[in-house]
Design a protein around this ligand. Structure first.
Ligand code: 3PY
Ligand code: MG
Length: 254
């Protein structure tokens, strides 16, 4: 298992930058790695990717040194395990609304004695051929990132309790779902939504965890950094859209 450079940077107080990738393309993951992004979030929530597809995306991440994190749709122990066994160095779990749900994520991600993850010789530990499984278990518990989303009003109400869950490294504010839950669907820039994100970011940091959110343009990145968000992500289609529109504007003028 390789070291989780993204986790080390977060623990050292650095800001890390990544991309949600909901298109199945190992080559795109390679490009993101070569470009120098810290992490890629292979999106198995919003998108068609199954575990087999995620494995090929993770292989591409491993080839270029970018940290592979999978956004897993269903928070069930056996489901989370399959994404970690193929080599994800982190799990990002959407729609976590209660302390019990947050604790269940940790239990699924971590091996005993911290959690309940099942152990086998799998891709994540070089199929058991390099070193002892005992050493791997210790390293996996140390290196694997646990990221949970706060993106509903129920989660906002339960944030103080969720902050008590040790082993969650990053709490990620999902602005699209949060704005929807607040009654402003599609209005991520609404002043009430921005004020809520700012408040949640402060609360997360005061609770001893790193805060994450979406930041997709220079203003959004500057805003999020200024508010203390440390784990910033954009999306692969957002990047394509920005570059594609700029190109067409420069070439055709529209
Ligand atoms: C959201 O904004 O709701 C997210 O989950 C980020 O993609
Ligand atoms: Mg969301």
């Amino acid at each position: 298992m390789r070291k989780n450079v993204t986790k080390a940077k977060i623990k050292a107080g650095e800001t890390v930058y990544g991309v949600f990738c909901n298109l199945y393309s190992p080559a795109a993951v390679e490009v993101l790695g070569v470009l120098g992004f810290d992490f890629v979030i292979i999106d198995a929530e919003h998108g068609p990717m199954d575990v087999r597809a995620c494995e090929e995306m993770i292989r591409a991440a491993d080839a270029t040194g970018v940290t592979p994190i999978v956004r897993v749709a269903v928070s069930l122990q056996q489901n989370i395990l399959r994404h970690l066994d193929i080599g994800a160095l982190g799990v990002q779990m959407p729609m976590i609304n209660t302390k019990a749900e947050a604790e269940a994520v940790v239990a699924s991600v971590k091996y005993p004695p911290v959690g309940k993850r099942g152990l086998a010789a799998v891709r994540a530990n070089d199929y058991g051929f390099s070193g002892s499984l005992g050493d791997y278990v210790k390293m996996a518990n140390q290196e694997t990132l646990v990221i949970t989303h706060v993106e509903t009003m129920e989660a906002v109400a339960n944030l103080p309790a969720m902050l008590e869950v040790e082993e969650i490294d990053v709490i990620f504010i999902g602005p699209t779902d949060l704005s929807s839950s607040m009654g402003y669907p599609g209005q991520r820039q609404h002043p009430d939504v921005l004020a809520m994100i700012e408040r949640l970011g402060k609360q997360i940091r005061a609770g001893g965890k790193a805060a994450g959110t979406i930041a997709s343009d220079p203003m959004g990145i500057a805003w999020a950094k200024e508010k203390g968000f440390q784990y910033l992500a954009t999306g692969i289609t957002t990047l394509l859209g920005q570059a594609g529109r700029d190109y067409l504007k420069a070439s055709r003028g529209s």
